[in-house]
Design a protein around this ligand. Structure first.
Ligand SMILES: Cc1ncc(C[n+]2csc(CCOP(=O)(O)OP(=O)(O)O)c2C)c(N)n1
Ligand SMILES: [Mg+2]
Length: 332
């Protein structure tokens, strides 16, 4: 392994570990009543961090679902804004999506890939070479929107990487009942795209597969699909009880947790020791505490801004609604 690989291993661990810490924090904060609901990403950190690190932060654009805390951490999106989107506020979060090149969280299953294709086509029309990374799940892969997005991307040659985190569950529906043939990657051939299956619990393997897909898109404009095989180790969301539909045996069959696995690699190769791990944990504590404080008192955002983000130029209806809203809030 080269020095660059060593550095990538360490960096992946740092991001994966902080994503796990934050993920655990959000579950706790939900229990404390600070956050209404949260979908944990436990177990998917390698897939998320490895793929995010393969992009070019200055050119590319991320289209997340609702379960992308590891991507947010590795990408460096404004985390105060990102966490704000789990507060259930009207504006859905406070980060600047255009500046951070990270689209708003998408709760409509399967809708994100359409937006990613649209953005990628825009890059092509503008003569730019940015690539869209579209995250979605095994469950989303059976939505019509996703097929339309993949077909359109291929026909129009849009520089998109369709990145599937196959965590084997779509809420309570197992993979076998969601994906005919159990392979999302195999479907890519039907759209004239490359489909690659990768060990989604190995951040370096994910990084390489995503990097190849990004380079393909950048140099040829062709879309492709990467399917990262992983496992959702937590509940679907804090309101879910997976004990009602799956057994502990199911999780055991998924093998070693990716964070533990990477820790083993770092120790065995002499890249990190006890002191390195302890320093990392210590540095996380104040970061976590500062983020928690922003959830207790989120930055205000004027309510009438909700009318600004609907259309580029306001329609007469929006202008009327805005005036009505102002009048009613003033009298409230
Ligand atoms: C269009 C739509 N249908 C149904 C839902 C309800 N829903 C939320 S998450 C989910 C499962 C999605 O599974 P998957 O795509 O595998 O992603 P994961 O939750 O495993 O990350 C469902 C059915 C929704 N949010 N949007
Ligand atoms: Mg899933």
């Amino acid at each position: 392994m080269s020095d660059a690989d060593d550095e990538l291993l360490r960096r992946s661990y740092e991001h994966m570990h902080f994503a796990r810490t934050l993920d655990n924090g959000l579950v706790t904060w939900q229990r404390q009543g600070l956050v209404p609901a949260y979908p944990p990403a436990r177990g998917q950190e390698a897939a998320q961090v490895g793929s995010a690190l393969a992009l070019d932060r200055s050119k590319d654009f991320v289209f997340p679902t609702y379960r992308e805390i590891g991507v947010a951490v590795a990408w460096g999106v404004d985390l105060v804004g990102y966490l704000g989107s789990h507060l259930g506020l009207w504006h859905g979060g406070l980060w600047d999506a255009a500046r951070d090149r990270f689209a708003p969280l998408q709760a409509v299953v399967g809708a994100g890939p359409l937006h990613a294709v649209g953005w990628a086509l825009g890059q092509k029309l503008d003569g730019l070479d940015g690539v869209a990374l579209s995250y979605f799940g095994d469950g989303a892969s059976s939505q019509g929107d996703v097929h339309e997005a993949m077909n359109f991307a291929s026909v129009m040659s849009a520089p998109v990487v369709f990145f599937v985190q196959n965590n084997r569950w779509a809420l309570s529906v197992p993979l076998a009942r969601q994906v005919g043939g159990e392979s999302v990657a195999a479907r890519a051939a039907g759209y004239g795209m490359t489909g690659t299956v990768v060990d989604g619990d190995d951040p370096i393997a994910v990084y390489r597969a995503t990097h190849d897909a990004v380079e393909l898109a950048r140099s040829t404009g062709r879309p492709s699909l990467v399917e990262a095989m992983t496992y959702r180790r937590g509940p679907h969301a804090t309101s879910d009880d997976p004990g009602r539909y799956r057994s502990l045996e199911d999780e055991r069959a998924a093998g070693v947790d990716p964070l533990e696995r990477l820790e083993g690699v770092l120790r065995a190769s002499g890249l990190a020791d006890d002191a390195w791990f302890a320093a990392l944990v210590e540095a996380e504590a104040p970061r976590l505490e500062a983020l928690r404080a922003t959830l207790v008192e989120p930055a205000p955002m004027p309510g009438d801004q909700m009318f600004e983000h609907v259309f580029q130029s306001p329609t007469p209806q929006i202008t009327r609604q805005r005036a009505q809203w102002r009048e009613e809030s003033e009298h409230a």
